[in-house]
Every structure is written in structure tokens, then in C-alpha cells.
Design a protein around this ligand. Structure first.
Ligand code: RNT
Ligand code: ZN
Length: 423
């Protein structure tokens, strides 16, 4: 054992004692943490470009800024980059794909005609890597979404195209679940909305409801596929009205028992998803989270270890919702090394979850019920400086991934050897 390793183990033992005084078993917590999978979004690796190339631009009111060199342009490059990122992140995780990442062998396949076979390479690779897969139909970056409407389109033909796309994607999700032995969460997000104030707010929502009903009509075993719907407040070009608003999808999910996807960037700037989890858990079996970071708008910045990230994880742990919550990431930054972006955001999400697991939750709840808010505040504040970093470092060591910032050297090395050689 090296000196560094020895120090990490010693620090761990000391930290373990500190937590044990509050009845917190750190060994047990690390075993539990190991079983939590985060769904890593493939689209951080190539700025939501995909391999379809029917449209050069990213549309749908979302935006990636920056032009850091070395982005993945082929499935092989993207998979290699994901493997690199995963090698620097502790635990076993999942990969979240979008329909535009289909591999069609140079053949033009319309989105409504996508089939499981177009994702065979991803499945083979996921098997080899021991990863589960999640999925998303792509309702943007396409000529038929250019006027800002898809599932809620007033043109029946266009709406039908997108309904068929949704159906095709659920079958692909089912295929992922069957092949990989872990259910695929297939998440529906559409960009539909108006830049300026609409006259008819109801019509598009009625059409969206009908379209969703049709997409979800076929029963697919939850053992293989779980459906989620994702709301949004506004997008670029849909500032005044978004068809799939929070109220719309909250109603839809509750009525139809789908998962509800809460994206951290899809609400008013001071509105937080951490305060929504415990509400929705009364009415839904499971939820999906898009852990992201809005800066003034839905900018999808890399997730940092901020208050809201910690609050989200605390809610999941304190409510005992871990096995009912699917944690996915959703950010895309092209101004920094894209692999580093994945590593920073994902390590932060796991680290925040660990920190939340290291709280004396029962004790805090007891203080609260007794009305002892003084002790509640005092303990919460003192726990902020308990040595959770020592537990985190030990976890990384045990998971055979770099401890602390050591991962950065590996990313720089990879940049030099691989990324910089790309066109
Ligand atoms: C857009 C939604 C959606 C997308 C991905 C790429 O505002 O957050 O989840 O980010 O589908
Ligand atoms: Zn999202």
C-alpha cells in the first residue's frame, strides 16, 4: 500500500468514528451508495449533435455554447469518450441515449421508422461495459419540428409522424430493457410552444394529451420500459407559452401513472425541484430527475456541488425515495473539455448523494417533531463540516477511480493523445 493510500485509509477510519458517534455506519452507507446508478447523458459528449445529420443545427429552444476542440463525431469516438469518463467516476452507472444517436449504416432512416436494430451497437457495447440504457425520443433538430410544434401540431400529418416516432422509441426502450435486464426509462420531452402570446392555450394541450395517449396505448412491461414525461417553463423561441408545462404533465403523469421528469432548469429561477419531490411522491410510484444547473435561464451548465444539488439529494435520502427515483443528468457545455464536464458533474451528483446519506436523519426528524428547532438547526449546521471528504476519498479509492483531482491528469492525457488528434 502506498503512503497516499495509507493516509486515505487512516483519514477514513477517523471520519468513520466521528459519524459512528451519531449512529451512522459509513461502511454500510458506502455499500448502499455503490448500488445507486446515475444515468449519464450521452449528449454532453458531442453537443447534442447525434449521428443523423438531417439538420445541422440544434433546435427546440435548447442551446450549447462553446467550441472546445475534440468533440466526438462518430459512435466509436463517443463511446470511447464515455468509457474514459466512466473510468474516472466511482460506481456502476447507466447511459442515457437520444434517438438521434441511432446507427443506420449510412442509410437514411426516418425517425418514425427507427427500430431496435439501429441501436444494436449501443446494446452490445452496454453489455460489455455492464451498463443499463435509458432513452429519449428526439422531437427537435428536424425539418418537421422547425415551426416549433411536434406532438401538439395542428397539422395531422406532422403530428402523426411524431406520434409514430414516440411509439418507435418505446419499442427501442423495451428492447434495451429486455437485452440488459434493467428497465429503460424512456423520457418524452417536446419543445412545442409559442414565442409570443397565444390566443388558444387549450387547443395545443388537448392535442398533446391525445398524442401522448396514442403513444402510450401499447402496454409494455415495466420490467423493460418505464415512460416519463418532462415539463418545461420556457425555451428560446417559446418564451410566452410552452404546451408541455408543469401543470400539464403533472396532471398527465398522475392520471396515467407515468413517471414525471423534473428538470432542475425548467422552472422559475427561484423555484426548486428539491421542494417538489416530496409532493409528487404522494401521487406517483416513481419519478425521473434531470439534474442540471440553470444560470439565469435553462442554460444547462455543468452540475456543481451547490445548495440545490445537495437539497435534491437530501430530499431523496430523507424521504427514503432512492428506489423510486431515477437520477439522470442533463447538461451540455462545449466551452470546456467535454469529458471533464461529465466527470465533474457526475462526481458531484454522487458526492452530494453521499453527503446526504451521512446525515443523522432520524435524530433530526425527532428534533423537528419535538419542536426543538434550535437543535435541528445546530446539528444541520455542524454536520456541514463533518469530514465527509474523507469518506468520499475512501470510496473513490475502493472503487479504483482517481482520488480527488487526480482524475484531471488522466483527462489531460487523453486530450493530448486522443482528442487533439481529432479534426
Ligand atoms: C430540454 C430538456 C431535455 C433535453 C435533452 C437533450 O430543455 O431538458 O431533457 O435537455 O432531451
Ligand atoms: Zn431535461
Amino acid at each position: 500500500m502506498s503512503e497516499v493510500q495509507k493516509r486515505i485509509e487512516e483519514n477514513y477510519l477517523r471520519a468513520k468514528e466521528a459519524y459512528a458517534e451519531w449512529g451512522i455506519d459509513t461502511d454500510e452507507i458506502l455499500e448502499k451508495l455503490e448500488r445507486v446508478s446515475i444515468s449519464l447523458h450521452c449528449w454532453q459528449g458531442d453537443d447534442v449533435a447525434g449521428f443523423e445529420r438531417v439538420s445541422e443545427d440544434l433546435t427546440g429552444g435548447i442551446q450549447v455554447t462553446g467550441n472546445y476542440p475534440g468533440k466526438a463525431k462518430t459512435p466509436q469516438e463517443l463511446r470511447a469518450d464515455i468509457e474514459k469518463a466512466l473510468s474516472l467516476i466511482p460506481g456502476k452507472h447507466r447511459l442515457n441515449l437520444h434517438a438521434i444517436y441511432a446507427e443506420t449504416d449510412g442509410e437514411k432512416v426516418e425517425r418514425n421508422e427507427l427500430q431496435p436494430k439501429h441501436f444494436k451497437n449501443w446494446v452490445e457495447w452496454a453489455k460489455a461495459q455492464g451498463l443499463g440504457l435509458d432513452f429519449n425520443p428526439t422531437f427537435f433538430s428536424h425539418p418537421l419540428s422547425d415551426d416549433g410544434f411536434t406532438l401538439s401540431h395542428s397539422n395531422k400529418e406532422i403530428q402523426k409522424f411524431w406520434i409514430e416516432h414516440g411509439k418507435a422509441c418505446r419499442k427501442i426502450g423495451e428492447y434495451f430493457g429486455k437485452e440488459l435486464g434493467t428497465p429503460c426509462v424512456t423520457n418524452i420531452w417536446i419543445p412545442d410552444g409559442y414565442k409570443d402570446i397565444p390566443v388558444d392555450r387549450f387547443g395545443p394541450r388537448q392535442r398533446l394529451k391525445e398524442a401522448l395517449d396514442e403513444i402510450l396505448q401499447e402496454k409494455i412491461s415495466p420490467e423493460y420500459n418505464l415512460d416519463a414525461v418532462e415539463s418545461k417553463l420556457f425555451g428560446i423561441g417559446s418564451e410566452s407559452y410552452v404546451v408541455g408545462s408543469h401543470e400539464f404533465y403533472m396532471g398527465y403523469a398522475v392520471k396515467n401513472n407515468t413517471l414525471l421528469c423534473l428538470d432542475a432548469g425548467h422552472f422559475h429561477p427561484t423555484e426548486v425541484i428539491s421542494n417538489k419531490i416530496s409532493a409528487m411522491m404522494n401521487f406517483l410510484d416513481e419519478i425521473l430527475l434531470h439534474v442540471s444547473r440553470p444560470v439565469r435561464w435553462d442554460s444547462d451548465h455543468v452540475v456543481i456541488f451547490d445548495d440545490e444539488l445537495q437539497a435534491i439529494m437530501q430530499e431523496i435520502v430523507r424521504g427514503d425515495f432512492l428506489n423510486r427515483t431515477h437520477i439522470a443528468l442533463d447538461f451540455f457545455d462545449a466551452s470546456i473539455n467535454r469529458i471533464a464536464a461529465w466527470v465533474i458533474g457526475t462526481r458531484n451528483a454522487i458526492k452530494a448523494l453521499l453527503k446526504a446519506m451521512l446525515e443523522p436523519v432520524e435524530k433530526l426528524k425527532q428534533y423537528e417533531l419535538e419542536g426543538d428547532f434550535t437543535s435541528r438547526l445546530a446539528l444541520l449546521e455542524e454536520f456541514k463540516s463533518y469530514p465527509f471528504g474523507a469518506i468520499w476519498d475512501y470510496y473513490c479509492l475502493k472503487q479504483n477511480v482517481p482520488v480527488k483531482e487526480a482524475w484531471l491528469d488522466e483527462v489531460k492525457q487523453y486530450e493530448k493523445e486522443v482528442l487533439s488528434k481529432r479534426e
